[in-house]
Design a protein around this ligand. Structure first.
Ligand SMILES: [Zn+2]
Length: 206
């Protein structure tokens, strides 16, 4: 595509780097921004820069946070002996929306996927195992998506915990295999956390 302006071409290129946005949509968005009051685009750019440069991750659970320890970890009412292991921040949001869970989380930042070049060392697994070794954790609930990668990740962590005094469970799924956690409705998801099953049982079923 030929652009009358290099500035426009640059903006279209950058917008089109976002997932799901092609060159045509990027052009439409860029032209839309040009029609809006200048202040609106400045506010958008400012929010994006702040998002990228100022956001922090909780040093304990790796949830997204505006401070070094997130609000969930800092809440004394939460049960610190119970940790729900999730793939990413969207899962924390989904489970929090159910209002059924009073424990803490541990965000792995993905799942083991050799096809995508993601190994255990790329995820926040070491910190999780260390937390268990420190002896404060009573139970780990695996809440990764029930895909092959999710199962592989659960099993890898489970093996790392071998010999440690810990109960492991997995959320009971009312949803079909392969469904992503964030799409499960709140009632089903809330129930599946309350009705979790011992992790060993889930392995026998496979
Ligand atoms: Zn936290």
């Amino acid at each position: 595509m030929e652009y009358a302006s290099k500035l426009l071409a640059n903006a279209v290129y950058e917008i089109s780097q976002l997932p799901g946005i092609g060159k045509r949509t990027a052009l439409r968005l860029a032209l839309h921004l040009l029609k809006q009051p200048e202040q609106q685009t400045v506010a958008l750019a400012d929010a994006l820069i702040k998002l990228r440069t100022e956001i922090a991750y909780c040093k304990s659970c790796f949830n997204i946070s505006d401070s070094t320890v997130c609000e969930i970890c800092a809440n004394p009412k939460r049960d610190e002996g119970l940790i729900c292991v999730v793939e990413d921040i969207r899962d924390v949001m989904a489970i929090e929306n159910t209002s059924q869970y009073q424990g803490l989380y541990h965000v792995l930042g993905g799942k083991i996927s050799p096809m995508d070049g993601v190994g255990p060392q790329d995820l926040n697994i070491g910190a999780l195992v260390q937390k268990v070794k420190d002896g404060k954790v009573r139970e780990l609930i695996f809440a990764l998506s029930s895909t092959m990668e999710g199962d592989t990740t659960n099993f890898y962590i489970y093996k790392q915990l071998d010999g440690l005094d810990i109960v492991t469970s997995t959320i009971a799924r009312g949803i079909s295999v392969g469904d992503e956690l964030e799409y499960a409705d709140e009632i089903t998801l809330g129930r599946s956390i309350l009705n979790r099953v011992p992790f060993e049982n889930s392995m026998k079923a496979n």
